[in-house]
Ligand binder design. Structure first.
Ligand code: SAH
Length: 212
């Protein structure tokens, strides 16, 4: 659901341009150095940030970048992250359509797609963050050992994604159609995930890689 416009959001994002990077193309190839980390994880469509913010507290050698195109929502995430103050995270409040100009080839270790918009109508498939058009971009940005980890409540999106990754030459390393049936303390619960879990809905999860 679209959030009502927040008048504070745009000024807040602009004032905090040390955290919400306005021209990410200028940092291409430099992110690990900037975040002082060994591994780089990127969450595309991070919403209000619950996932990457919690994950950034688990291991300081992993750097996190949250990407969110809705600037009202991104401002809520940025506020939370800045208040917490971990130095191993940053945000980009822009459309991931241009992700290939922000990162260098082989720069990202893991891309996370948590509860991405399902875009159920046939005419909008290209907007899905797991569409072949996006997978081509991700392939270039990931290291050779790189992974994409996807979680969703949406069966249709999950089925589409499994086929799309497979057709584009990716390997399915792990798959679960009820990921939270057992505890996974190593993996934070995102905002949307918490809502679907409260409704008793199963969480689908898959890990894709470029090679075995
Ligand atoms: N990951 C969060 C939010 C899921 S909702 C959670 O699990 O709680 C999906 C989010 O993806 C929305 O906030 C939407 O604005 C964002 N999004 C969708 N397409 C995007 C794109 N192309 N670039 C950046 N963000 C996108």
């Amino acid at each position: 659901m679209r959030m009502r416009k927040k008048t504070w959001a745009e000024p807040f994002l602009n004032e905090n341009n040390h955290f919400v990077i306005q021209e990410p193309q200028n940092n291409q190839g430099q992110w690990k150095k900037i975040l002082n980390c060994e591994k780089l994880h990127v969450e595309i469509g991070c919403g209000k940030g619950d996932y990457f913010i919690q994950m950034s507290s688990m291991d300081s050698t992993v750097g996190w970048i949250g990407i969110e195109k809705d600037r009202n929502v991104a401002a809520v995430a940025a506020k939370k992250a800045i208040d917490l103050g971990n130095s191993n995270m940053l945000m980009i409040a822009l459309d991931a359509e241009n992700i290939d100009s922000w990162f260098a080839p082989n720069e990202i270790d893991v891309i996370h797609l948590n509860f991405s918009d399902p875009w159920p109508k046939a005419g909008y498939r290209k907007r899905r963050l797991s569409h072949g058009k996006f997978l081509e971009k991700y392939r270039n940005l990931l290291t050779s050992e790189g992974q994409i980890i996807m979680k969703t409540d949406n069966q249709g999106l999950f089925e589409f994604s499994l086929a799309e990754f497979s057709q584009n030459g990716w390997i399915l390393e792990e798959v679960s159609v009820d990921f939270r049936r057992v505890d996974h303390p190593e993996d934070a619960i995102s905002e949307y995930e918490a809502k679907f879990m409260a409704l008793g809905q199963p969480i689908y999860r898959a890990v894709f890689a470029l090679k075995v």
